[in-house]
Design a protein around this ligand. Structure first.
Ligand SMILES: C[S@@+](CC[C@H](N)C(=O)[O-])C[C@H]1O[C@@H](n2cnc3c(N)ncnc32)[C@H](O)[C@@H]1O
Length: 216
């Protein structure tokens, strides 16, 4: 898609949608169904790569694709997460002291990046970590943060068994747990429709010309 890092073919709808959204440099933008990233990157260009675009998709590989595309295009304001858009709004009863950047499951990142003993951020259920046979050291660094027991078990498994499916295509994507209301200046929802959609064709093929041509 990217020609020598200089030219990127974009669909007209991506450009128009980004223009209509009218993002400003420095803003926080949420792109809820973002892959393959046509509109995300169009938005990033309009923002002159300043601010933050959170790009969501429910498919791990597609999130990888968004990150790769952003990298190829030299856009650093795009952060892509795996999340079902239907779960993108956090429940009101969850904690409210996290910024946008903290809305993602940091414990997984911490563990994946940490080659030493497990260090996890947890507020409750500390004793459950000890039940696991591995040499877990659980730090209670911030009592207000909470990692569920399920997440903790998953992280322990990952450490024992390797990173598994989420790293199968050579990269790690971060999951997100959703975002609190009013976290973003603008939101784009490019919801999937029938899955039968086609790239708008700017040039008709020969067959179409014959079909559309004057009746003989
Ligand atoms: C029409 S495409 C988006 C095109 C994209 N906005 C662009 O301009 O390149 C729809 C995308 O939504 C994703 N998707 C479908 N259901 C989703 C959901 N519940 N949550 C997040 N992403 C979803 C699909 O994986 C697909 O990549």
């Amino acid at each position: 898609d990217v020609l020598e890092g200089e030219i990127f073919l974009q669909n007209l709808p991506s450009i128009v949608a980004a223009r209509v959204l009218d993002p400003r440099p420095g803003e926080q933008i949420l792109d809820m169904c973002a892959a393959p990233g046509g509109k995300t990157t169009a938005i990033a260009i309009l923002m002159r790569d300043k601010g933050e675009i959170v790009a969501l998709d429910r498919s791990h590989n597609k999130v990888m694709g968004i990150l790769k595309l952003a990298d190829e295009m030299g856009l650093s304001c795009i952060r892509a997460y795996k999340l079902d858009a239907l779960k993108s709004v956090r429940k009101a009863y969850e904690e409210r002291n996290l910024g946008v950047a903290d809305n993602c499951s940091e414990a997984i990142v911490t563990l994946a990046e940490n080659s030493g003993p497990i260090r996890s951020i947890i507020g409750a259920g500390v004793t459950n970590a000890a039940e696991d046979s591995s040499t877990a050291i659980v730090e209670q660094t911030d009592a207000k943060r909470y990692v569920s027991k399920a997440d903790l078990r998953k992280n322990l498994r990952r450490l024992r068994n390797g990173t598994g499916r989420s790293n199968c295509s050579g990269g790690r994507v971060e999951d997100s747990k959703g975002f609190f209301p009013s976290s973003f200046d603008r939101v784009l929802l490019d919801a999937p429709c029938s899955a039968l959609g086609l790239r708008p064709r700017l040039f008709a093929g020969e067959e179409d010309c014959i079909y559309l041509g004057p009746a003989h």
